[in-house]
Design a protein around this ligand. Sequence first.
Ligand SMILES: [Zn+2]
Length: 89
Amino acid sequence: MRENLGGRMPRSNDLPAATVVINRFDSYCNNCGIDCSFFEKTHDTNLGYSKDIRDTPGCGIEWKFVASDYIGLEVDKCRPDLEYISRWV
Ligand SMILES: [Zn+2]
């Protein structure tokens, strides 16, 4: 789990950088920690409350993995093209 730093989040240390983390109400890129659209192949678009962040392009990493901070969300179905990482047994 990550700590809230006010819009920009530190990445989850138990996941690879090239992971898109899909949650109930937001998604973030685990390379840069910024909210993103999980539909993209690479992190091109920043989302979030801050206009400064939204006006900046994403970090551009190509996501290889998909995961969630929430148990029970079937995020593998959102991105079947990515390798799903389950953080729970
Ligand atoms: Zn990113």
